[in-house]
Structures are given as structure tokens and as C-alpha cells.
Design a protein around this ligand. Structure first.
Ligand code: FES
Length: 103
């Protein structure tokens, strides 16, 4: 029997890292693993670890618009994200958690 419980995180950032190895478009084509690594670093440097979790996800179903990032439970999605867009996503996370200054 599974144990149902609340998420320990205020929000969870999922970065699609699905890789179809060029067979057809997938988020890994846009360096989404690098994006995920940069987001994780940013979360640590902002002191949000424990409140914000960054995880890889499989395909989110909108591959043509990728790389894709989604934030739950706030239901915020980013499409067409590049590794250099980390600041915009971190800024959004700051607004969502009420820590716009970050540090
Ligand atoms: S491969 Fe990322 S949404 Fe499908």
C-alpha cells in the first residue's frame, strides 16, 4: 500500500532531458542537461535547497517547443529554453516562492 504524503518542496522544477539521439526533435537537442545543471547550481547559490527541487523529466509531450521546463504545483511552463535562460527561470522561481532578492 503506498503512503500518500505532501511534497516536502514548495515547488518542483522539472527539466525535460529526453534524448531521441536525432531521430526526431527532443529537449536534449537544446542542451537541457546543461540547463538542469545550471538551475541546480542556482538553487543552491540562492539558498533555496530544501524548498526548491530541480529534477530531470522524461518527455512532456510538447517536444517541438523544447527544451521545456515546468514548475509544479504552480503550473508554470517555459518552452524554447536555452542554458543561458537560467536567470529568467530563477527570477520566476524567486517570484513564486516570495524571495525575489534570492539571497
Ligand atoms: S522531448 Fe522534451 S517534451 Fe518531448
Amino acid at each position: 500500500m503506498p503512503v500518500e504524503r505532501q511534497s516536502p518542496y514548495f515547488l518542483h522544477v522539472f527539466v525535460c532531458t529526453n534524448d531521441r539521439a536525432g531521430e526526431r526533435k527532443s529537449c536534449a537537442d537544446g542542451k537541457s542537461r546543461l540547463l538542469k545543471a545550471r538551475l541546480k547550481e542556482a538553487v543552491v547559490s540562492k539558498g533555496w535547497k530544501g524548498r526548491v527541487r530541480v529534477s530531470e523529466s522524461g518527455c512532456l509531450g510538447v517536444c517541438a517547443e523544447g527544451p521545456n521546463v515546468m514548475i509544479y504545483p504552480q503550473k508554470v511552463w517555459f518552452t524554447g529554453v536555452a542554458p543561458d535562460d537560467v536567470e529568467a527561470i530563477v527570477s520566476a522561481i524567486g517570484r513564486l516562492i516570495g524571495d525575489e532578492g534570492g539571497d
